[in-house]
Design a binder for this molecule. Structure first.
Ligand code: BG6
Length: 493
């Protein structure tokens, strides 16, 4: 895989994602010498901007980002940025785009290698690729062409299938990179390494030793300025369909036969194919939804979801979702998985908690059985690390047991910077490595699994939407997903 000379075209270049994530990530690659000696970043969007305007906006975003920057390297980097205004649905504009790309190529001696990043509203995923193909910008005779698509890929099973069929008419599967930024997180990739590089975990990583598994992605922010998008999407589509199911895939997959992209992706696909389908009448038992309501946090009143900008006053969109499910295969038969996500929860944390079964017999004094179960906590963010909870003897007379933590934090690794998720993934799109990108089959299977929940939530008026005060851990009804009344979610501090 090479760092070929190329043009990185970003549609939606005047948008938030380009400013906040994509350009700072590309800049960070640039200062680390991870971009080729010849490259152009071409912004494309509806706004009529000049190259200078575009460079100035991006300069600010680079200098405001956390990326390693110094003024002179930023200036040098900005010289690689160009801009073209276009109407996404106007075929003539794509002819102009093609001509402009050719002009840039010949000026800077760059072959036809081109990336098209769709950082646009999802409705345009059906529009831009078709127009690009109509002018031959999907053709690979003069260099590779790659199409990067943000989530959500489709809105439900039907629309995802339609989008897949539409794209595959003009683009080959290996040209399409479905980006899921969770897969770009170092700690998410580390799930694979922890599992398959340590002889001590894998023998225990199954139904014989694991009692249940939890995945939590909590956010303390609300929906910020994304009301228009969020209200039509909700937590299940925004976080679970993609990010959290991908994490589940890595936790539960079989060892891949190699690190080849297909080998890894195939194992994840098998997990998704083994998700036990839910019947609509079971949804209430296995899924809980909530929506935050106004509350006072640190003496400040926080708005409820329905009072936020661009939200319908009677919106039924969930800002919290929790589900319990099973993976019906030999490794996981009978092991419950619990996943939850929500906005306006008490803190920002994403973690995986592996709860091991207790010892077959309690020899020592224990306060309660819950404490007798070892836990392995993979802290995805923000305090990246790993923690193993084990019992030791309480010093003194007798044999009382107490739990202690074997705790590792990435911050303890001297001089090891954790690259941002977009930085890693954008680099992979340039190198042509699609290991960390979701493939069609996975996306379709994920939608298939969630369809009964989506249908039930949108069509059955009797399914409760629980209100939870902003700043709390979501509806208490989410605790009822556990069969055992002594069991509850792990609440990270
Ligand atoms: C995005 C969602 O994909 O992920 C957002 O659309 C969410 O709603 C974000 O806030 C969370 O990402 P991270 O990296 O902060 O966990």
């Amino acid at each position: 895989m090479n760092n070929d000379k190329h043009i990185y075209t970003i549609f939606g270049a005047s948008g938030d994602l380009t400013r906040r994530k994509l350009i700072p990530a590309l800049y960070s690659l640039y200062v680390q010498n991870l971009l080729p000696d010849k490259f152009i970043i071409l912004g494309a969007a509806r706004s009529p901007l000049s190259n200078e305007d575009f460079r100035n906006i991006m300069k600010e975003s680079i200098l405001n980002s956390n990326e390693i920057h110094d003024k002179s390297s930023a200036e040098e980097f900005l010289k690689h940025l160009y801009y073209i205004g276009l109407q996404y649905d106007n075929p003539n504009d794509y002819i102009q785009l093609k001509e402009y790309l050719e002009k840039l190529r010949s000026k800077f001696d760059i072959p036809g290698n081109t990336i098209f990043y769709l950082s646009t509203p999802p409705s345009l995923y059906k529009v831009i690729p078709v127009h690009l193909a109509a002018v031959g910008l999907n053709e690979t005779d003069d260099g590779w062409k790659r199409l990067i698509i943000e989530k959500p890929f489709g809105f439900d099973l039907q629309s995802a299938i339609e989008l897949k069929d539409l794209l595959l008419k003009d683009w080959k599967e290996e040209q399409i990179y479905r980006i899921d930024h969770y897969l770009g997180k170092e700690t998410v990739q580390n799930v694979l390494v922890t599992r398959f590089s340590n002889g001590i975990f894998e023998p225990l990583w199954n139904r014989n030793y694991i009692h249940h598994i939890e995945v939590t992605a909590a956010e303390n922010i609300g929906i910020e300025n994304r009301g228009g998008y969020y209200d039509s999407i909700g937590a299940l589509r925004d976080m679970i369909q993609n990010h959290l199911l991908q994490v589940v895939g890595l936790i539960s997959m079989e060892p891949p036969s190699s690190l080849e992209p297909l080998s890894i992706r195939n194992e994840i696909l098998k997990v998704f194919q083994s998700l036990r389908p839910l019947r609509r009448e079971e949804v209430a038992k296995y899924a809980v939804r909530g929506q935050y309501i106004s509350s006072v946090i640190n003496n400040e009143t926080v708005k409820g979801y329905r009072e936020e900008k661009n939200i319908k006053p009677d919106s039924k969109t969930e800002t919290f979702a929790a589900i319990k499910f099973y993976i019906d295969n030999w490794r996981w038969g009978g092991v419950p998985f619990y996943i939850r996500t929500g906005k306006r929860l008490p803190t920002r944390v994403t973690e995986v908690v592996i709860h091991f079964k207790p010892t077959p017999h309690f020899l020592f004094t224990r306060k309660n059985i819950q404490e007798a179960c070892n836990k392995l906590i993979l802290r995805i963010q923000p305090d990246e690390g790993m923690l193993l909870e084990i019992g030791i003897k309480t010093p003194g007379a007798g044999f009382e047991v107490q739990n202690i933590d074997l705790d590792f934090r990435y911050s303890e690794l001297a001089h090891q910077r954790i690259p941002g998720a977009y930085e890693r993934l954008l680099h992979d799109t340039i190198r042509g490595d699609n290991t960390l990108f979701a493939r069609t089959g996975e996306v379709i299977e994920a939608w298939k699994f969630l369809t009964p929940i989506l249908e039930e939530w949108s069509n059955n008026p009797n399914v409760p939407l629980y209100g939870y005060p902003a700043g709390t851990w979501g509806p208490k009804e989410a605790d009822n997903l556990f069969d055992d009344e002594n069991q509850t979610w792990h609440f990270p501090c």
